[in-house]
Write a protein that binds this ligand. Structure first.
Ligand SMILES: [Zn+2]
Length: 338
């Protein structure tokens, strides 16, 4: 079988592109220890370094079939502009999810007030960037910041992305501070809407998933990173039964391969249920493309071409190509774009 197959481009809904540099590092015995290594890498980032290294990684994403990316960005405004230049040079659509960070992390991540944060967002919009708002997490943002950012996103019809329930410790700390779990706090502060995406939701319990379903909030799963960091398993089957929309992200960029993210997602669901084809091929491909675009508020993004003559597809019937892509192919089946 030769020829090519056109598909919607994949959409990488959650990336911290500078973390690509850490893919060979085995440092850090758990998420929290790894985080120290990550913070050291974040600290050395400059606009020049971001401009050069992000272009390289965005080109890798483009070659792997991602034609749009949501950059969850907490390195500062000058670096945000450098990331936008890098994306443009690499030919990938960018939505800059500018992060609000009130406490913890590195001093360079933080804004002095929520008003200062929103002024940064406005400045990036004025500079022509396509943006979304991103309170980093309930660890990094107190309730009054979440309330104001939620109100701003609603008034401006912007996407709102937030990490939640990636690690059990974050849930324990939230219970200690607020007497409720992270997704419950996001609901209480007006942050859950149809334009909101919760990143991870690995340890979300039933009532939290119900809140996502009832508010139209979506989840971005990052299975290769969640595996790499020992986060846990996405509650895939419980998400499916509630019909909460899913998208995918390469997150720490330890791997850049949309097929692998989708295969991991479906693999988790199969292990949890003891069934095959928990999500259909069409559903999985939609999670990897149109749902990601929805999540980022993107109306259009480039298509890709699959090389039907690739050795990974040898002997596969035409009617089974889409399923074989998800089950048995890597990103090298994507033809280089012009
Ligand atoms: Zn993340």
């Amino acid at each position: 079988m030769g020829g090519t197959l056109r598909l919607p481009g994949f959409v990488n809904a959650h990336s911290h592109t500078f973390q690509r540099a850490l893919r060979g590092s085995t440092a850090g015995g758990d998420f929290w220890a790894w985080r120290e290594t990550m913070l050291a890498e974040a600290e050395r980032q400059t606009p020049d370094l971001v401009r050069a290294s992000y272009e390289e990684t965005y080109r890798e994403m483009r070659h792997a079939g991602y034609t749009a990316v949501g950059e969850f960005h907490y390195l500062g405004a000058p670096e945000a502009l450098a990331a936008a230049e890098a994306a443009s040079a690499a030919g990938i659509e960018l939505v800059l999810l500018h992060v609000a960070y009130a406490r913890g992390g590195l001093p360079r991540f933080r804004q002095d007030s929520v008003a200062a944060y929103l002024a940064e967002v406005e400045a990036l919009r004025s500079a022509g960037l396509r943006v979304g708002v991103a309170p980093h997490s309930v660890r990094a943002c107190p309730a009054d910041w979440l309330e104001q950012i939620g109100r701003y996103a609603e008034a401006e019809s912007l996407p709102l992305h937030v990490h939640a329930d990636e690690q059990p410790r974050e849930i324990e700390e939230c219970l200690g501070e607020h007497g409720c779990r992270p997704i419950e706090l996001l609901a209480r502060t007006g942050c859950l809407t149809e334009r909101t995406t919760v990143v991870h939701a690995t340890h979300a319990d039933g009532p939290e998933l119900d809140l996502l379903a009832s508010t139209g909030t979506t989840i971005c799963a990052c299975p290769t990173t969640e595996a790499d960091l020992g986060d846990g398993f996405l509650p895939a089957e419980r998400i499916r039964t509630r019909t909460i929309p899913l998208s995918i992200g390469s997150d720490s960029n330890v791997r850049i391969d949309p097929f692998e993210e989708l295969r991991e997602l479906e693999g988790i669901a199969r292990r949890q249920t003891g069934r095959r084809s928990v999500f259909s091929t069409d559903e999985l491909l939609r999670f990897g493309s149109a749902q990601g675009a929805d999540t980022l508020g993107l109306a259009a993004w480039p298509e890709i071409e699959i090389d039907l003559g690739h050795r990974s597809l040898a002997g596969v019937e035409h009617s089974e190509v889409a399923a074989a892509l998800v089950a048995g192919c890597g990103a090298d089946v994507v033809l280089a774009s012009a």
